[in-house]
Design a protein around this ligand. Structure first.
Ligand SMILES: Nc1ncnc2c1ncn2[C@@H]1O[C@H](COP(=O)(O)OP(=O)(O)O)[C@@H](O)[C@H]1O
Ligand SMILES: [Mg+2]
Length: 392
């Protein structure tokens, strides 16, 4: 392409080495040098062409950025150049209507010709905008353990599974593991965690329902999981606003959202809990756990200051034959309140399900755990249906 025909075209370049093209194949164009985050939500209104140097970015970051691009309503044409073109990135590009790749080294005329072809390709017809509609907001329940190992993740997974069984629609329930650094929900479900927190942080302001899908792992046709890969620095990887925005969009996208909450308070904890219809504090039947459950529940109630009260779920109820564990009545005395529900102990079923990967309801449907969770979910859902919670 001659510099004449590029004159006035807006070209977004990603990669410092592309700056040199301004005097060559990109002469005459209005060039904006940018980083990968610029691709989130970019449209043909922002640029006539996106030119990416694959060698300038790490393949996972680039793959995520290209994925974000494919979720844009009307992405501009994209040309990827470089000496290493990662397969995942190229596959992502193939989803775009107008894209091409060029192996480096290339002659300036070849680059010019490829750009000309891309610019001449007709833009796909714009999709008609969806009619405005009232956004239905999900019922959101949070589950938090009073002490580590009390069974919060197990119960969150079983609740999500029971809710799926009550739905007819696909993708109706989302389980969100907010133990960002070392959550176990994905491992328990035998699923691959795909919530990239750094990308979520970059996308936060523009995050919408379509973009959220780039971060979820489908577990079954009805259940989606939002869980981050293990990373000791995960809690610093995405700012508070990004986490809250993710929760907001998830609540707009699903009928039910279940949060597996970290026990330690983060900057977003109270706001996340404040948006929930139910908060369940899970305790096991030991005196320290019961005391911790009482304190945690009091702290949450006090600091929310909205009148919302966590409910306490006693997990791993066992027959007294097996030792001096407190009974449910004794536990309620220590808690100084009634428990919402008791879940039976069944180590074999719990272990089998995590070892096989999947809910207990799938691998050991006859376990008492499944029956107890079902009873609890039915009661809580009936309460929700009567509108006995959160003002919308
Ligand atoms: N009702 C139960 N009966 C038997 N084992 C259970 C039960 N609930 C949870 N477990 C087991 O207890 C351990 C800790 O559970 P987990 O859900 O990871 O707790 P948390 O998320 O609170 O740290 C896991 O091995 C899990 O399989
Ligand atoms: Mg857990």
């Amino acid at each position: 392409m001659s510099s004449q025909s590029l004159s006035g075209k807006r070209v977004l370049t990603l990669g410092p080495d592309l700056a040199g093209l301004a005097a060559g194949p990109l002469a005459g164009a209005r060039i904006e040098a940018a980083g990968l985050e610029r691709l989130i939500g970019v449209s043909a209104v922002d640029a006539d062409l996106v030119l990416i140097d694959a060698d300038a970015w790490s393949p996972p970051a680039l793959a995520a950025a290209v994925q974000a691009l494919s979720l844009c309503a009307a992405p501009p044409p994209v040309l990827l150049v470089g000496s290493h073109l990662p397969t995942a990135v190229v596959r992502g590009l193939l989803r775009l209507d107008r894209s091409d790749v060029l192996d480096a080294p290339y002659a300036p005329e070849v680059l010019g010709a490829v750009i000309a072809t891309l610019l001449e390709a007709p833009a796909p017809a714009a999709q008609p905008a969806a009619p405005p509609h009232a956004v239905e907001v999900a019922r959101c329940w949070a589950v938090v353990g009073a002490v580590g190992g009390s069974g919060a993740t197990t119960i969150a997974i079983e609740i999500a599974t029971q809710l799926c069984a009550r739905q007819v629609k696909d993708k109706s329930v989302c389980l969100i593991d907010l133990n960002l650094a070392d959550g176990s929900a994905a491992a328990y479900l035998g699923a691959h965690p795909t919530l990239r927190l750094a990308d979520l942080g970059m996308a936060a302001e523009k995050l919408d329902a379509a973009m959220l899908q780039a971060f979820v792992t489908p577990v079954t046709s009805q259940l989606d999981l939002l869980a981050a890969p293990r990373d000791p620095d995960a809690f610093d990887a995405a700012p508070r606003e990004a986490i809250l925005r993710m929760l907001e969009i998830a609540c707009e996208s699903y009928d039910w959202v279940i949060l597996d909450m970290p026990r330690h308070r983060r900057s977003w904890t109270l706001e996340a809990l404040g948006g929930c219809d139910e908060m369940l504090v899970v305790s096991e039947l030991t005196v320290p756990a019961l005391l911790a459950a009482r304190s945690l529940s009091d702290e949450i109630e006090r600091d929310l200051g909205s009148g919302q009260k966590p409910k306490i779920v006693l997990n791993r109820l066992a027959s007294r034959m097996f030792g001096p564990a407190p009974s449910m009545t004794e536990a309620e005395k220590a808690l100084q309140r009634k428990a919402e529900a008791g879940i039976s102990s069944d180590w074999e079923a719990a272990a089998a399900s995590v070892n096989l990967g999947g809910p207990i309801a799938t691998h050991r449907p006859k376990s008492k755990i499944v029956k107890d969770i079902q009873t609890m979910v039915e009661r809580l859902a009936a309460h929700a249906a009567r509108g006995g919670v959160k003002a919308a």
